[in-house]
Write a protein that binds this ligand. Sequence first.
Ligand code: ZN
Length: 220
Amino acid sequence: MKTVCIPSTDNEFIIGKILCIGRNYVEHIKELGNETPSDPVVFMKPASSVIKDGSSVIIPPISTDCHYEAELAVLVAKEGKNISEIEALSYIAGYGVAIDMTLRDVQDSLKKKGLPWEIAKGFDTACPLSDFVSAAEVADPQNLTIRLLLNGKEKQNGSTGLMIHPVAKIISYLSGIFTLEEGDIILTGTPAGVGRVISGDKMEAIIEGVGKITVTVANS
Ligand code: ZN
């Protein structure tokens, strides 16, 4: 079983479901030529896709176009259903940094056929995830800068203030469909600047005041 921890409080959580929000930043929607959705776009990754700092993303042989998407990750503290936006932030145990690895070629071909994208988003190693900081240490989750460096060069730099659906709204919306449980993780979407990685690349995703994760890339 995969776990995440909040080192400052020594708390460890068994990872439950990983709920992901797509198309949550306007500039990223434009760069992929997608339409802006009125409701959040939701998909899931299995807990088995999580890897820790210092590990390697392994690109499966079904893809030649694997992309990074740096994202703010939210760790759920307690069970909740139909949570209001006003109460939503009290359900958060902590914040972390995730890279939503995506097999863009596989995703595009599944999308064209109207089929689910799970393979493109949920393969082994598809979810590099940092340690978490406790929610109390983050004054405003909508005022954080997400950056991704590829081989030392900055590729993504966007503020969580640019989210279409902010964290409180995401929690409220998701909890109307899925009961949220302790250890669930929510990936909140990526700002613009996504791109391809190849074997030998090194990615660093950083959110100032939240954390950092560094992973390398290899072929299977
Ligand atoms: Zn994403």
